[in-house]
Design a protein around this ligand. Structure first.
Ligand code: ADP
Ligand code: MG
Length: 735
């Protein structure tokens, strides 16, 4: 009998050699191999007749090999094969497929899967380009005669699992079918189940062994549609289980954090008066509500772990500064971290404007400062002289020791990634030598986070939402134009500048021929080559000497030194520069209220959240604002969807949902290392309902025993989590 922890090399048909190949795929135990689930299922019980295919559909066909051959065209070798069912024939074509020439023999039975197209010539009604294929039966092979009937029946006459191959094709889908089938037959009858019975009952979960069986080998009569949508009882069980333990882990973290000692800040009349004194304007209702939530956390004995979501321009900064005042008035230091030097500098300037009159001591720490100055600043911080420390994330995290750190504010969190966030919290507690308490942490993001991600990535944080823009904002008009109309756009910019306004003009690349960091994949779909892309430097030259010859034109990009960047930003802020030509370095947080035009060239190259961020730079003053999305060259369907969404809505959550759909959760935060758990079965876009259920059940379980839930069951669930958390979710250990 096999149990879940058995090494795969002891599974029938594997052995040490194949086990090694599996190990390279991260499969070492029976359990791992059970989670090597089919990526699709093929209906070989009711295979399609060639005569009834429809162009455009994905279809699987079982047919007999008739003729084949390798053709050399001028561009590449083509392998063509005709298969048939009686009089109906279908052509299959593979590009560059010299390797196929000895693969087939006439009379073989093959299963093919791919997109059906109308046949282009030679009397075939249909063809499939590059189909996936599997040889089901070879009448001429000696092996065929001796092949066990039972094994044959794994390949045809049923819904068949299709697996990703491994070991450069050495372990085929067929190999996996046989091995996994044999493994399931020898699997322990009684697999331990760590999900408490009452939870199982509520969700009507089937037992684990059956769930594995039918996820690989669907029950007779199971619907292919449900299988493909992962909504069979078997798949639901596996998905729920995965999400349940993730949520259990996040909930445990939350509870553990809650149990730690934080600073219980005093919030009395004196502190309230100090907050009032700094306010340059009346806070919005949302700002008041969010400050209350933050203040309640800060006053409580547990360390705050709060995520503040607020669309660009919603006014997060002042809320952060109010929180900072609470900490400082209680005798603590505050760290405010930004993802870039530009942003850190800007925060520093506005913090000084707002706080210095009240006598608070604020320091800025950036990488480009002279090292003697940095050293001096660090000394001030360590002595406790500096009350508010502003700097880039990396700098503060790596090099600064605080005297008495009470609050950490992390701005624009989505740039950092979640793992870094955890590291930061560790640093924060060890840095704080005079004080055993954990500092409070406030994470601020302008990326509206779809609920599915909020529940997974930030499941251990409390959240606040700033859902109201400060008063006096004028709506932004967004237009989509082809760049053949650029002269009209420049005309418009000149008129606005003549009326006293300022404009941003953004390009996807710095220099022609440079590799663009953004959306490398969207250029593939027939977009212009890098060489044809308008680049910031060249367009700056051109606009300055032609279209905007009479205006002041500035240039900003990532390769300009930090000092020059600051100088340029400062003069744009003072209104000395009319038109700022830039790459996306201005994307986050830049705040110039008089700028009311955002022109984005090659807008088709940008991701949705980038476009949204860029547009958020305008609409901040009293003048009407305009966002002009210019496209150059061919626009892919996905890019068109992005641009249409931008024209249609300014709602950040709506935009975030579409972004998530287009890019998938792993890419949503711009990097694969953003700390997304590696799910084996779950898919956040598809399984949102199960995620919500898992969250609810995890909370129920950790709330403690009751008539339907024993202490042992809870202990078992937590134990299971502890032994699986690291390996399974790739997240840091839970308490
Ligand atoms: P973000 O949330 O994008 O960081 P900011 O904090 O930079 O937004 O605020 C955007 C602009 O709105 C700033 O110029 C800020 O001074 C202004 N602002 C914020 N709150 C208010 C308010 N309640 N009334 C008027 N102006 C406000
Ligand atoms: Mg901000």
């Amino acid at each position: 009998m096999l149990d879940l922890a058995t090494n795969v090399q002891y599974v029938k048909g594997i052995g040490p050699k194949f086990a090694q190949i599996l190990l390279e795929k991260g499969i070492s135990t029976v359990e791992d191999l059970l989670y090597h689930l089919p990526f699709r299922y093929e209906d070989r019980l009711n295979p399609r007749g060639i005569g009834e295919l429809r162009p455009g559909e994905m279809a699987s066909v079982i047919a007999e090999v008739r003729t084949f051959g390798l053709f050399r065209t001028r561009r590449m070798p083509l392998f063509e094969m005709t298969v048939g069912q009686g009089r109906d024939t279908l052509k299959c074509i593979w590009f560059n497929a010299t390797y196929l020439q000895d693969k087939f023999r006439a009379g073989m039975l093959v299963a093919l899967y791919g997109k059906v197209e109308a046949g282009d010539r030679g009397g075939h009604r249909f063809q499939i380009m590059q189909p996936q294929f599997e040889i089901l039966h070879d009448p001429s092979a000696a092996e065929a005669a001796s092949e066990d009937q039972a094994l044959q029946s794994l390949e045809v006459g049923r819904i068949v699992p299709i697996y990703e191959a491994a070991g450069n094709g050495r372990l085929t889908a067929r190999w996996f079918r046989r091995v996994i089938h044999a493994m399931l037959e020898n699997l322990d009858q009684d697999l331990p189940d760590a999900i408490p019975a009452s939870v199982r009952g509520r969700l009507e979960l089937i037992d684990r062994r059956r769930a594995f069986w039918h996820s690989h080998w669907p029950e007779v009569g199971e619907s292919l549609t449900k299988l493909q949508a992962a909504r069979t009882p078997a798949l639901i069980r596996l998905i729920f289980e995965e999400l349940f333990f993730l949520e259990l882990g996040l909930e445990l973290k939350r509870r553990k954090m809650r149990a730690q000692t934080g600073v219980a800040f005093q919030i009395n009349d004196r502190v309230r008066a100090a907050i009032k004194r700094i306010l340059p304007f009346h806070p919005t209702g949302a700002q008041k509500r969010v400050l209350k939530e933050i203040a309640a956390d800060m006053a409580g004995p547990a360390p705050m772990r709060r995520l503040l979501q607020g669309d660009v321009g919603s006014g997060k900064t002042i809320v952060a500064l109010e929180a900072a005042v609470i900490a400082i008035e209680n005798g603590y230091q505050v760290a405010l971290m930004a993802p870039t030097e530009i942003l850190a500098t800007q925060h520093y300037l506005s913090a000084r404007r707002i706080l210095e009159a009240a006598g608070y001591r604020i320091v800025l720490l950036t990488g480009s400062q002279e090292s003697s100055r940095k050293k001096q600043t660090r000394h001030h911080i360590a002595q406790g002289n500096a009350q508010l420390v502003i700097g880039t994330h990396a700098l503060i995290q790596e090099t600064v020791e605080f005297d008495k750190l009470g609050l950490v504010v992390v701005d624009e969190q989505h740039r950092f990634g979640v793992l870094q966030r955890f590291r930061l919290m560790k640093k924060a507690d060890s840095a704080d030598s005079n004080n055993a308490a954990e500092p409070d942490v406030l994470v601020m993001t302008a990326t509206p986070i779809p609920r599915t991600l909020a529940l997974t990535l930030y499941g251990d944080l409390d959240t606040s939402v700033l859902d109201e823009l400060p008063p006096g904002r004028t709506p932004i008009t967004t237009r989509l134009v082809g760049d053949e109309r650029s002269s009209e756009v420049w005309d418009f910019v000149r008129k606005q500048v003549a009326a006293g306004r300022q404009a941003y003009i953004v390009y996807p690349v710095i220099e022609e021929g440079a590799i663009t960091p953004q959306r490398a994949n969207s250029g593939r779909a027939g977009g212009p080559g890098e060489g044809e892309l308008k680049a910031a430097i060249k367009m700056h030259d051109r606009l300055r000497s032609h279209e905007f010859a009479s205006l002041h034109v500035g240039l900003l990009h990532g390769r300009i030194s930090a000092d020059d960047k600051d100088a340029t930003m400062a003069s744009f802020q003072r209104g000395e520069i009319d038109v700022l030509v830039s790459t996306t370095v201005i994307e986050v947080g830049v705040d110039v209220a008089n700028a009311n035009i955002m022109v984005i060239e090659h807008a088709e190259r940008f991701g949705l959240s980038q476009l949204h961020q860029l547009r958020g730079r305008i609409g901040r003053g009293s003048a009407k604002s305009y966002c002009v999305l210019m496209t150059g060259g061919k626009v892919s369907i996905e890019a068109q969807q992005r641009l249409d969404a931008m024209v249609r809505t300014q709602n950040g959550f709506e935009i975030a949902e579409l972004d998530l759909q287009q890019r998938g959760p792993g890419e949503f935060f711009g990097t694969r290392q953003a700390g997304m758990p590696n799910f084996r079965v779950a898919n956040l876009l598809r399984d949102r309902d199960l995620l919500e259920a898992a969250r609810k059940e995890a909370r129920y379980v950790l709330a403690g025993p009751n008539a339907d839930l024993t202490k042992d069951e809870i202990a078992r669930a937590v134990q299971h989590l502890r032994s699986h958390w690291n390996r399974r979710y790739g997240l840091v250990e839970v308490g």
